[in-house]
Design a protein around this ligand. Structure first.
Ligand code: ADP
Length: 178
């Protein structure tokens, strides 16, 4: 009797057994577009760390501490998602967490050019770290933190664009300003 050849299961060298991904950004504030990416990323990776960049060049509406609080309020339902912040190079932050993936979102062609430049620079700095792009959900692809803040400050309705806790915070922030 001829026995079929046994299938060989090979393990690639350097194949990580658990994949940690970093999702970096400003998240000023987190929108439902970001949240959609976090939800989908939490299914792809074993551990997903949402990391806020301390960027003195941008003038944020919310402090890093407030942004961390807002993020934690909404990502608490995903057990493998964490929130933190970082200074300096993203690849250094990723290495410090043994992360092998950088997660970014692409909404439109306009995002692509900047994202490509960043991905290639990060690859040059740390070739072992891969940038993974996820296409925005079509329902949220027009949403940006900047536009949400602008529309809200002009009295426009932003329900459905940001989590309710973020909308409440925006309301409190606006009440303080006017
Ligand atoms: P940054 O200042 O790094 O652009 P953002 O908070 O604006 O930070 O965005 C972080 C990441 O999330 C970027 O990759 C951006 O393209 C992505 N992103 C932002 N808004 C959306 C959205 N509505 N849908 C999908 N991805 C998004």
């Amino acid at each position: 009797m001829i026995t079929p050849p046994r299938k060989r299961i090979e393990t690639l060298p350097h194949q990580p057994t658990r994949v940690t991904a970093i999702y970096p950004g400003s998240f000023d504030p987190i929108t439902n577009g970001h949240l959609d990416l976090i939800q989908r990323g939490s299914r792809l990776f074993d551990r997903l760390i949402v990391s806020i960049l301390w960027n003195d060049a941008k003038e944020p509406l919310f402090s890093v501490e407030e942004r961390i609080e807002m993020l934690r309020e909404v990502v608490g339902v995903y057990p493998n998602v964490e929130v933190d912040s970082f200074h300096g190079l993203l690849v250094d932050h990723a290495s410090a967490h043994s992360a092998t993936v950088l997660l970014r979102g692409i909404r439109a062609i306009s995002d692509y050019e900047y994202e490509l430049q960043m991905a290639l620079m990060n690859r040059r700095l740390r070739p072992a770290i891969e940038t993974v792009f996820m296409m925005a959900n079509e329902a949220y692809s027009f949403i940006s933190s900047r536009l949400v803040k602008e529309v809200f400050s002009l009295g426009g309705d932003i329900s459905g664009l940001v989590p309710p806790t973020v909308e409440a915070r925006l309301q409190r922030r606006l009440a303080k300003v006017v």
